[in-house]
Design a protein around this ligand. Sequence first.
Ligand code: NAD
Length: 456
Amino acid sequence: MQDFHSIITGQQTFFETNQTKEVRFRKEQLKKLLKVLRENEQQLTDAAWKDLHKSNFETFATELGLVYGEIKEAIRKVKRWSKPKRVITNLANLPGCSMIYPEPYGNTLIIGAWNYPYLLTLGPLIGAMAAGNTIILKPSELTPTCSTTLTKILNEAFDPGYFKVIEGGVAETQSLLQEQFDYIFFTGSTQIGKIIYKAAAENLTPVTLELGGKSPCIIDRDAALKVAAKRIAWGKFINAGQTCNAPDYLLVHHSIKDWFLEYIKAYIISFYGNDPKQSPDYPRIVNRSNFERLKNLIDSDKVYCGGETDESELYIAPTILDNVTWNDPIMEDEIFGPVLPVLTFEDFFETVKVLKQKPKPLALYYFGRNKGRHKMILNELSFGSGAINDTVMQITNSRLPFGGVGNSGIGTYHGKVGFATFSHHKSVLKQVTWIDIPLKYAPYNKLKLNVVKKVL
Ligand code: NAD
C-alpha cells in the first residue's frame, strides 16, 4: 500500500503556501481539469463501456457533459463566489462592519461511488477546487477501468502536492480514514456512510455524506399517464437502474394501474427493443454480487415484464414486478438495479401517512395534476430532492442543491452550493476604535439594563 501519510503531509505543506487561496490558481486548475477531461474523453467513455456497458451517449449526457458544464460555471463565477461578503451590522455593533470570508477548509478527501464513476468523483472535485482546497480523490474499486483511467489522466496532469487520485478498495479507504483531513466528502451506501461518519468523528472532521435509500414514485389517478410512463421508464432503467436517485418503487392509483403498466412496458420496448440484451444503450450490472442480489429479488410469480437474466454478461432485463406488497423482500432495502416493484393505493392521504413513517428518501417523485396534492407532498414529506411530473432530472440543474436528508445523507453540493460546501464561512466583525460605547462594561445599573433590553 502507498504511504498515504507522506502524501497527505505533502498536501498540508502545499496548502500552507497559500497558493490555493489565489482565485487565479483555482481558475487555472479548473481550466486544466476541463482540458484534460476533454482531451481524454474517448478513453473515459471507453472505460465506462468496459465496466458498465454504458453507451457513449449515457456517459456524456449523464456524466461528462454535466461535469463540463459545472467546471465552466465555476471558472466563470469562482471570483464572485470567493469574494468576502458584507452583511448588515446589528445595532449593538455599530459603527463596525460585519463580513463573511469564505475560506478553504484545507486538505480534503473525496470518496466516490461506482455507478456514475465520473460524475460522483469529479462533481465534488469541482467544488473542492473552486473553494481552494487540496484534494485526495478515491474513486470506487468496483469500476476498475474507470478508476484506473481517471487516475492516470489526472495524476499525470496535476501536482500531487495539490491534487492526487488514489486508487483502492476498503483497506485503502480505511487507511486513508486514519489520516487527519479537514473535510471528507463521501458518496455511497448508508451503511458505509456510518463507518465514514464514525471515522470522521474521531478528528471532528466535517463531512458531506451523499447516501442512498428507497425513493418512492407516486402515480396518481389524474396523472398524464403516457408521459409519466415514459419519464419513469427512462429514470428507472437508465444505467440499468443503478442510479442513486432513480425511482425505487412505484405507488400507482389502483384505477389506472393496468393502463399505466402497459404504457411503461411499451416504452421499455421503444427504448431498448424486444430484447434489451442486444441494445447498445442498455448497461450491465456492475459485478457478480450485485447481479446475484438483484436476481434473488425477482419473484417470478410477480413478473409483469422482463425478468430475464444472463450471468455470463451480468445482464438483467428491465423488469417490472406487479402486485407487490410492503412485506415483500424487495421492499426492505434500496434496489439499485433494473427491477421496479409496483404497489397500488386507493387513498392518497393514507399513502402520504405511510410514506411519512419510512426513512427519509434521497428522492421522491409525484405524477399528478392536482396542485393541492403537490402542496401536500411538499409540505408533509421530507426527502433529499425530487420532482413533480418528472424523475431524476432535478440533478441536472446546478442551481438546485443536491443531497439527502436523514438516512439518505448529510449536506448538499452542485454549482455554488458545492463551493459553499467545501468552504468554511469565517464571520468577522471589524470594529472602529474612535468610539467605545460603555454599555457592555461593568459596573452594571438599571439604566444600562433598560438600554440593553431596547437594543437587543
Ligand atoms: P459503497 O458504500 O459500497 O462504497 C462507496 C465507497 O466507499 C467506495 O469508494 C468504497 O471503496 C468505499 N468503501 C466500501 N466499503 C468500505 C468500508 N468498509 N470502509 C471504508 N470505505 C469503504 O457504495 P457503492 O456500492 O459504491 O454505491 C452504491 C450506494 O451509493 C447506493 O446506496 C447508492 O444509493 C449510493 N449512492 C448515492 C449517491 C448520492 O449522490 N447520494 C450517488 C451514487 C450512489
